[in-house]
Design a protein. Structure first.
Ligand SMILES: Nc1nc2c(c(=O)[nH]1)N[C@H]1C(S)=C(S)[C@@H](COP(=O)(O)OP(=O)(O)OC[C@H]3O[C@@H](n4cnc5c(=O)[nH]c(N)nc54)[C@H](O)[C@@H]3O)O[C@H]1N2
Ligand SMILES: Nc1nc2c(c(=O)[nH]1)N[C@H]1C(S)=C(S)[C@@H](COP(=O)(O)OP(=O)(O)OC[C@H]3O[C@@H](n4cnc5c(=O)[nH]c(N)nc54)[C@H](O)[C@@H]3O)O[C@H]1N2
Ligand code: SF4
Ligand SMILES: [Mo]
Length: 731
């Protein structure tokens, strides 16, 4: 395998705006703490893992005279392979962020006024524990809910389970990958998982359907993508916008937004009609293939053309291209799959296409992940709840296998099936994250307690009764990372530098709160090192070794199906379900059917959004390194449309959505690189919290305009690409 130079890896992202390259090759405006080392400097290196997103890349941080200096990839770590993405490198800025919360705060006036008094940790935690016990007394422990994102929530989840509530949720399910994992589980019996089990580096043909790798910077996937491109893999990109990935593609299909399911059905039609699918694999592993084939017979490329705008000959040629490389043809399942409300069925169609190509369990398709087995800490059992979870009453969404954020919000609004009276919010900015932010704000009015644990005074912190300032990842210990991957590994997060103020780590907060709630039995350990060492020793490892290496890898496991070993598909039939009895029994289409989405009204555009290579959601705009590379977003508008309407490239406009909501001002980017029926922006900008001056009112918030969402009937995911906007010149 050719080794990639740092330069080549970073180049993959230059097509977008040259952002990543600008940030990492020439550097942002050099902050005062960075500069060449001098002979007398005391240099220390400390391995840890990154938290600028949830990929959790192994990193090595360097301090210089006790101050944080730089962060690089840990070569031992299979996730980073010694390199970080631009956000990981810019992670130093999280420590130096001038907007950071420094003290616990208690609300002074009405909710949302962003006025608090500083209190001690003891006062804040006593107040929270008192309120939680009141809620438990009146409504039961289930009336407390936890919203969180990321591994930092592990100890709080433990405290709240010990308290007795099953209502714990993260936006990474119903606002992100939930429909994808449901679609794959219905088909293969297993999820795609995090990190995705995609064998991108060995793919000979890679199909990206709105999966904008290169802007979506999940590190190892981007490295693998660069490797596949370098090895001449055939890349097919389907996107209404000419993404960075599209610039690397042999085939670019500028699809009409929301019609991917029609294209997927037509591709499958070609593979079956022309006999190009993997007949042996399907015969051996498939269930219900004949019924499936009969249904898709109608979905010819000519049928899909008017809906998708993709010419029949292009559909045929790309289907043949995929078939010619099978089974090393990977149709990427995507990650942020909540688009149009038909998302679990669209994801199921992606799974079915992979099944026809025989790529599941095969080299260049989907590998079998492995993880190091580290036993959980032996705690007493948690109290059982008699009420059950609140988010999905009467299994309205029969295939929801995760807890729905929006289901808990709904219960908070209606009091049904039972009331929710307290929210603990850890590392998730619900105002930017959940669709229809007005509903979130209305739900908050029904709470007796809203606690937000954050590192900066974010929008959701603005609504809190109590705000608790956490240390950033470079200043704390966290739980062990043992995600399944190509090679099993365990990695450690440990403190690199001290926190600059009165911030505390999540494990300390979770434990102190538990003690005040009378849950000391669930905290037999006093320090997190004790906890970590206990777990590691139970698996035959030592904390001391992990502290110096950062990562320990386990023995390699077989990655693909092996000859003579029966392949396992944990579906009810034990096979790949081409025709799904489970869906039929629940009253859904056993083979996905396409329904065209509602069209934008004349003069309006569909609002689409995605990622910047140098930012993570709404969490990095105040980071001085990353913020200096990109401090506002733009709205991409088709150049012809812009010319006709008189919208000049670089001029400011406002977006108005179908419900009359008007965005903050945002710069026009007039470009040939997007269709004329949609506009596009980077998610996470347009901050409105007063405590975030570097990001305040810079760019526009996509989520403010997401007042409508289409709920997936199978699993409750919230499709958010269903909003229409018009543009108004800024006076
Ligand atoms: N409109 C719209 N909505 C979306 C998306 C979209 O593209 N558009 N994307 C969806 C997807 S795919 C996902 S996964 C979710 C992501 O949703 P979230 O993970 O909720 O994303 P953020 O808005 O970045 O919220 C993170 C919050 O954590 C805080 N934080 C950062 N570091 C720390 C820390 O170390 N400790 C603590 N306690 N807090 C910290 C940040 O300051 C910020 O307030 O959003 C979903 N919602
Ligand atoms: N730098 C960076 N990387 C990240 C993140 C981050 O915040 N920053 N977040 C991570 C997370 S949690 C997630 S979930 C992923 C999200 O990244 P992806 O899984 O790649 O998904 P999306 O953000 O939905 O993808 C947006 C792309 O889909 C296109 N698109 C929009 N509508 C349609 C359509 O109808 N059909 C098709 N074919 N394409 C469409 C858009 O033009 C855009 O190129 O990124 C991850 N990587
Ligand atoms: S992908 Fe980038 S931001 Fe995410 S953990 Fe890895 S280095 Fe950090
Ligand atoms: Mo996500």
């Amino acid at each position: 395998m050719p080794s990639l130079s740092r330069r080549r890896f970073l180049q993959i992202s230059t097509g977008a705006a040259g952002l990543a390259a600008a940030g990492c090759l020439s550097g942002p405006k050099v902050p005062e703490w960075i500069g060449p080392a001098e002979a007398a400097d005391e240099i220390r290196t400390i391995p840890t893992y990154c938290d600028v997103c949830f990929w959790k890349c192994g990193a090595i941080a360097t301090t210089r005279n006790g101050r944080l200096w730089k962060i690089e990839g840990n070569p031992r770590d299979p996730l980073s392979r010694g390199r970080l993405c631009p956000r990981g490198t810019g992670g130093v800025g999280a420590h130096f962020d001038r907007t950071r919360l420094t003290s616990p705060l208690i609300r002074r006036q009405q909710r949302g006024a962003e006025e608090w008094v500083e209190v001690t940790w003891g006062e804040a935690l006593d107040h929270i524990a008192g309120k939680m016990l009141e809620i438990k007394e009146r409504y039961g422990p289930e009336a407390m809910a936890l919203f969180s994102h990321g591994i930092g929530a592990n100890f709080l989840k433990h405290t709240l389970k010990a308290f007795g509530t099953p209502n714990q949720t993260a936006p990474s399910y119903a606002q992100c990958r939930g429909p994808r994992d449901v679609g794959f589980t219905l088909t293969f019996g297993e999820e795609v998982g995090t990190p995705e089990r995609t064998d991108i580096r060995n793919a000979r043909c890679l199909v990206l359907i709105g999966s904008h790798l290169g802007e979506n910077m999940h590190n190892s996937q981007v490295q693998d993508f660069a490797e596949a491109v370098g090895q001449g893999a055939s890349i097919i990109v389907v996107d209404p916008r000419f993404s960075v990935a599209a610039s690397k593609a042999r085939w670019y299909l500028p699809i009409k937004p929301g019609t991917d399911l029609a294209l997927l059905l037509a591709w499958m039609n070609v593979l079956v009609q022309e006999g190009l699918y993997d007949k042996e694999y399907v015969a051996q592993h498939g269930f219900g293939f004949d019924a499936f084939a009969a249904e898709i017979a109608a979905y010819t490329p000519e049928w899909a053309y008017p809906a998708t705008g993709i010419q029949p000959e292009v559909i045929r040629a790309t289907a043949r291209e995929m078939a010619s490389h099978r089974p090393a043809t990977l149709v990427h399942p995507g990650r942020h799959a909540t688009w149009y409300g038909d998302d679990a069925q669209r994801s199921r169609a992606v799974a079915l296409l992979n099944a026809l190509l025989g790529s599941w369990g095969r080299k260049g398709g989907f590998y079998t992940p492995a993880s190091v087995d580290i036993p959980a800490y032996p705690y007493p059992p948690y109290p059982a709840s008699t009420k059950g979870k609140v988010d999905n009453p009467e299994h309205k969404y029969p295939f929801a296998d995760g807890t729905l954020t929006t289901g808990i919000r709904e219960a908070t609004l209606t009091g049904k099936p039972y009331p929710i009276k307290g929210w603990m919010v850890y590392a998730t900015n619900l105002i930017h994250t959940l669709p229809a932010p007005e509903e979130t704000i209305r739900a908050i009015q029904n709470l007796d307690l809203l606690v937000v644990i954050d590192v900066i005074p974010s929008e959701i912190a603005g609504w809190a009764d109590v705000v608790l300032p956490e240390t950033v990842y470079l200043e704390r210990w966290d739980d062990l990372n043992t995600e399944g991957f190509r090679e099993p590994f365990v990695s450690l997060r440990q403190p690199v530098v001290e926190a600059p103020g009165n911030q505390k780590p999540n494990w300390w907060i979770a434990r102190e709160l538990a003690l005040r709630l009378g849950l000391g039995a669930w905290y037999p350990w006093k320090t997190v090192e004790e906890y970590l060492d206990h777990r590691l020793q139970a698996a035959g490892y030592r904390l001391a070794d992990l502290r110096t290496q950062g990562v320990i890898t386990g023995p390699a496991q077989p990655l693909y199906f092996e000859d003579g070993v029966p392949a396992e598909f944990p579906t009810p039939s034990g096979k790949i379900e081409f025709w799904s009895p489970q869906l039929a029994a629940a009253g859904f289409d056993p083979v996905p059917k396409f329904k065209a989405p509602e069209e934008p009204p004349a003069g309006a555009f569909r609002l689409l959004f995605g990622r910047s290579p140098v930012h993570t959601f709404s969490r990095t705009q105040t980071n001085p390194v990353l913020g200096s590379i990109q401090d506002e977003n733009e709205v991409w508008v088709n150049a012809d449309v812009a010319r006709r309407q008189g919208w000049v490239d670089g001029a400011y406009v406002r977006l108005r959505n179908q419900d009359g909501v008007i965005s903050n001002r945002v710069k026009v980017r007039a470009t040939e690189r997007i269709r004329g029926d949609c506009v596009y922006m980077i998610h996470g900008f347009g901050h409105t919290a007063k405590g975030l001056p570097p990001a305040f009112r810079k760019g526009a918030s996509d989520n403010l305009l997401v007042t409508r969402y289409a709920v997936d009937p199978l699993m409750g995911g919230t499709g958010m690409n269903v909003n229409f906007v018009t543009l108004e010149a800024e006076g």
